[in-house]
Design a binder for this molecule. Structure first.
Ligand code: ZN
Length: 146
């Protein structure tokens, strides 16, 4: 269930995220995918409409996250929290492979989030490849996501 997000709050969230999905890092202004304001702690689990519980998310990441707050880490074999854009530091949990087209999890949280949200799905990998060829991937401001 989605709640109404006031326009000013949505704009502030888009600015804070650098106008990128805070999970797969797809740019809002280049994809045709509509973006959502995602409840990091879903409403169904008591999440509120406050800046600290909201993230900019492409609709595909948002759809895969759904009401999940945990995912499975195949290395440790454990259920772990998913990446929380307001509490976790992106660069502690994710990096790019050598290409750099695919995300690699650096931690159980990173690996479980990549798996649960399908962060290396073919369409987003294709987009990253094209963006890389024109020199705008990986994003220069990845460090600012922390
Ligand atoms: Zn995304």
């Amino acid at each position: 269930m989605s709640e109404h997000i006031p326009k000013r709050l949505r704009e502030a969230i888009e600015r804070r995220a650098g106008r990128r999905c805070e999970y797969c890092l797809c740019p809002l202004d280049i994809t045709t995918d509509p973006f959502a304001i995602e409840y990091i702690l879903p409403v169904i689990r008591g999440g509120r409409t406050v800046s600290g519980n909201l993230a900019l998310s492409c609709s595909t990441c948002n759809g895969h996250k759904y009401s999940h707050i945990q995912g499975y880490d195949s290395v440790s074999g454990q259920s772990v929290p998913l990446y929380h854009p307001r509490l976790h530091h992106w660069t502690e949990h994710f990096t790019w492979d050598a290409d750099p087209i695919r995300l690699v999890g650096l931690s159980p949280i990173g690996r479980a989030t990549i798996e649960t949200l399908h962060l290396n799905r073919q369409r987003v990998v294709n987009l990253r490849h094209v963006l890389f060829l024109v020199g705008i991937h990986p994003p220069a401001n990845t460090e600012n996501l922390d």
